[in-house]
Design a binder for this molecule. Structure first.
Ligand code: UFG
Length: 331
């Protein structure tokens, strides 16, 4: 068996992927342009190449130097709000990058890819829980580019025989229990790290975006899934492709929804801090409820999430943010 190439292996989910692969005994090669990732997040045992996947000569050079068996692709920009202001950045990074990557994979006979997709491919859900067969009608450019990337894999597979698994994550959160890596975005837009900035003394209160949604307490409901459970599904997907599994798409979530208020309340319990809140207007483009059905991943891949409990998820996140208040930077 050759090495596994992790594109975007210095980012939040990619860095957890690399740790999990190395723990599973795999040889790992990482490509990252460090645009949003951090060199410090890359496992010391991984072979690291700094560069951009839109650079064909660079990507080719990695495939020529290394013996790559398959790829796991996280190298994308991923902020919903930014994607609406700067859509062409999303087309360039996400679609042009994937096009170059696939050209190079085909040219070098690498035929397996596991892909980091998103619940944003569905847009406003037709029904809850969301199934893989539900309508995909993204409401933002980020989700649109991820859906187009899935289609790029499909057509490339038809023409060149490459096989893919696309994993549509719901709300990724938490940090590695080893305390060495975690979430570090700049700017941060995600609920859990923003809440934890309050007990960390970096923010005075948490804003609650919208209190008049059609949910039990009026705030948005999301399906929070621990990053280690997400990466475990990639290990299983890789194994599935190695065993000859056909192209497939799977949702990844716990299948349980928590409201914004419930998340804030859980963070208060975990941190022992009062965490003041302030109710604000709805954030544009937020669907009221997103909950996954992950029955297919459980059945076909044998996936069993280990961090089903929100308390434990927030404990791992708090353990990281408390000890790394500035992420990988010292201040
Ligand atoms: N929220 C607040 N206050 C904040 C930040 C967020 O109330 O300060 C709310 C949001 O309005 C939302 C919930 O908390 O209702 C979760 O927000 P996040 O930004 O953490 O996550 P999203 O559900 O918006 O985004 C996630 C992924 C995206 C993906 C999207 C699919 O992070 O990559 O789901 O809709 F595109």
């Amino acid at each position: 068996m050759g090495s596994i190439l992790v594109l975007g292996g210095a980012g939040y989910i990619g860095s957890h992927m690399v740790y999990e692969l190395i723990d599973a005994g795999e040889q790992v090669v990482v490509i990252d342009n460090l645009q949003t990732g951090f060199r410090e997040a890359v496992h010391p045992k991984a072979v690291f190449y700094e560069g951009d996947i839109r650079d064909r000569a660079f990507v080719d050079s990695v495939f020529e130097k290394e013996d790559i068996e398959g790829a796991i692709h996280f190298a994308a920009v991923s902020q919903v709000g930014e994607s609406m202001k700067d859509p062409l950045k999303y087309y360039s990074n996400n679609l042009c990058g994937t096009e170059v990557l696939l050209e190079s994979m085909v040219a070098h006979g690498v035929d397996k890819i596991v892909f980091s997709s998103t619940a944003a491919t569905y847009g406003e859900p037709e029904s809850i829980p969301i199934l893989e067969t539900d309508r995909t009608l993204p409401t933002n450019c980020y989700g649109e580019t991820k859906l187009s990337m899935e289609k790029m894999f499909h057509w490339t597979s038809q023409a060149h025989g490459l096989r893919f698994v696309s994993l549509r994550y719901f709300n990724a959160c938490g940090a590695h229990p080893n305390g060495k890596i975690g979430e570090a975005h700049n700017p941060e837009t995600h609920l859990i790290p923003l809440i934890l900035q309050v007990p960390n003394g970096q923010r005075e209160y948490i804003s609650i975006f919208g209190n008049d949604y059609d949910t039990e307490d009026g705030t948005c409901v999301r399906d929070y899934i621990h990053v280690n459970d997400l990466v475990q599904a990639h290990i299983l997907a890789l194994d599935y492709l190695r065993r000859g599994g056909e192209n497939n798409i799977f949702n990844l979530g716990n299948g349980v929804g928590f409201s914004v208020r419930e998340v804030v309340e859980t963070a208060r319990r975990v941190t022992g801090h009062a965490i003041p809140e302030r109710e604000e207007a709805r954030r544009a483009g937020d669907p009221s409820t997103l909950i996954a059905s992950s029955e297919k991943a459980k059945k076909v891949l044998g996936w069993k999430p280990q961090f089903g409990d929100l308390n434990t998820i927030i404990e791992t996140a708090w353990n990281w943010h408390r000890t790394h208040p500035h992420g990988y930077q010292t201040k």
